[in-house]
Write a protein that binds this ligand. Structure first.
Ligand SMILES: [Zn+2]
Length: 539
């Protein structure tokens, strides 16, 4: 059924191709100008329309009744290609015909003869990088002097394995991965054609799991439709959809963020027990860190690829790590990827990642203590030393240690700004109970509580409570109508008065989430790991 769906709705014209616009437009222009090349290279990940595009191209150039730069879909040439019956269109899977003999037999011999029925003989060679060196050499001779009637379309997922001599003979097109929104759109169209009502959340799950591959997405949708339901919710879809690997990476970074080395190592044990591919796991972890890095720089469009818990982790805690720590973490993962590649399957590289990520860089020492973040669900606080209560402001519990020798910076911003306004409480009153507000808002929206974790009441101005946040995208989230309403409702509940709020980016305000991670030498698992690697906790 999955494959059937993919075939059933396979695009038949350039107009049907909703993605890869850059490829489509260029090919159509060449056809229109009568300047087609003899050899093309279609490069890009699997399942994103390379062979589909090759077939449409073959159809257009052979169509005897072309409509502009599109095939007529009615002439003998169009119909025979559509039905896979055209003897002059040769699709060769190089993965199963790697040797020079196969190339001689299937291509070199055949290319000498003029087409039997069509204008052009089209050779579509899929996974061309799989050919042997001898096979490539044989092919190269043909590409150097192709007969006028022959067109070659080489498709590959691994361009770097194709010899430069071959590449230089081809006009190259790079096919791109398809984004989640475009995949969802395509899947919604297919589902409605099949007259099945599939929840948008399910379509998003499929699109994310497909990782940019239209073929994989359509195959998964096909399996879901095969359940035979008229309406498909997440519950039904869970029977078919693969458990998201990205969720493992999210859990991993979440426990790292909370400074829980023991939990992180347990998770690695589970990966081993479940036979999870370490390389894949590291790749997923890397992907989240990268999105965190982009978010820290104010670029959050990539978050739409993630589910809600993933997006909340990336936009909140991970972005709050700040660029230097994220870069260091990404470096750590890259090193681990190398080790996994060279290793013997032992989880040691992952354990090194845990130890490295949990050891804070020597330079990173908070200068001002801030309230610790509040997790969406009640959890034991991370092992953080408490500072003397009088040496800090904010909530009395979960205070970070002050760096040794650092002068204490007293809270000053906005202190005296509480000018006459409808808000009768002083700024200090808001600050005192701010943690309670974060908890209350977090009960309504997890991601909002992440945003608020980095926030602080800054001032009361023009009858508004000004809330300082470290990043522009936190401000935008806070000022979003729905979130603002949530915070204002929570304010009313906790402070007992009506309050209007406004988010404001305050420079130098750190997301405390970035500073809470700490390692306890008391944790026996961490101690073992560190002993094993000769490491130490940097404090
Ligand atoms: Zn036609």
């Amino acid at each position: 059924m999955g494959l059937a769906l993919y075939r059933k709705y396979r695009p038949q014209t350039f107009g049907d191709l909703t993605d890869q616009v850059h490829v489509r437009v260029t090919l159509q222009n060449e056809i229109g100008a009568g300047k087609i090349a003899h050899a093309y290279l279609f490069a890009g990940p699997r399942g994103i329309g390379k062979t589909t595009t090759a077939r449409i191209f073959a159809k257009v150039i052979n169509c005897t009744d072309r409509k502009g730069n599109e095939p007529c879909l009615a002439c003998e040439a169009c119909l025979s290609i559509q039905d896979n019956k055209a003897v002059d269109i040769l699709e060769i899977d190089a993965a199963s015909h790697t040797g020079v003999d196969a190339v001689r037999e299937n291509i070199i011999e055949s290319v000498r003869f003029t087409p039997a029925r069509l204008k052009y003989k089209v050779f579509i060679i899929d996974e061309v990088h799989m050919l042997s060196t001898a096979a490539f050499n044989a092919l190269l001779k043909t590409l150097e002097e192709p007969p006028a009637h022959a067109i070659f379309i080489l498709a590959t997922t691994e361009t770097h394995k194709v010899p430069a001599t071959i590449l230089s003979r081809c006009q190259r097109f790079d096919f791109r991965k398809i984004g989640v929104p475009d995949l969802v759109k395509r899947l919604a169209t297919l589902a409605s054609k099949e007259e099945v009502d599939v929840d948008t959340e399910v379509l998003k799950d499929i699109a994310r799991a497909a990782g940019g591959s239209l073929r994989d997405a359509e195959s998964m949708l096909g399996q879901i439709l095969a359940l035979g339901e008229k309406r498909v919710t997440r519950d039904e879809a869970a029977l078919v959809l693969p458990h998201s690997d990205l969720d493992l990476a999210r859990q991993f970074l979440d426990v790292i963020h909370r400074g829980r080395g023991g939990d992180a190592l347990q998770l690695i044990d589970k990966l081993v027990a479940d036979g999870v591919d370490f390389a894949r796991f590291l790749e997923d972890t890397q992907r989240l860190l990268r999105l965190g890095l982009l978010a820290a720089m104010g670029e959050t469009s990539g978050l739409s690829e993630l589910d809600e818990p993933g997006a909340a982790l990336v936009s909140g805690p991970l972005a709050g790590w700040g660029t230097p720590r994220l870069l260091a973490a990404i470096e750590t993962i890259m090193t681990a990827q190398e080790r996994v590649k060279r290793g013997d399957g032992s989880p040691l590289p992952l354990e090194i990642v845990v130890a490295t990520l949990l050891a804070p860089p020597p330079a990173a020492a908070p200068t001002v203590s801030m309230p610790a973040p509040v997790a969406p669900k009640p959890v034991a606080p991370p092992p953080v030393k408490k500072a003397p209560a009088e040496a800090s402001f904010g909530a009395p519990e979960n205070i970070l240690p002050l760096a040794k020798g650092e002068p204490l910076v007293p809270p000053q911003a906005g202190e005296g700004v509480s000018s006459p306004s409808a808000i009768t409480l002083p700024l200090e009153a808001f600050r005192e109970k701010w943690q309670q507000l974060i908890v209350a808002a977090g009960e309504v929206s997890h991601s909002l509580s992440y945003v608020l974790n980095g926030s602080k009441p800054e001032a009361i101005e023009a009858e508004k409570l000004i809330i300082g946040v470290p990043f522009a995208f936190h401000r935008d989230r806070l000022n979003d109508h729905k979130n603002r309403r949530t915070v204002e409702d929570a304010c009313e509940k906790i402070f007992g008065c009506k309050v209007c709020i406004e988010g404001l980016v305050v420079e130098g305000l750190q997301n405390p989430a970035s500073e809470v991670v700490s390692v306890s030498m008391e944790d026996p698992v961490i101690k073992n790991v560190l002993d094993a690697f000769g490491g130490r906790v940097v404090s």
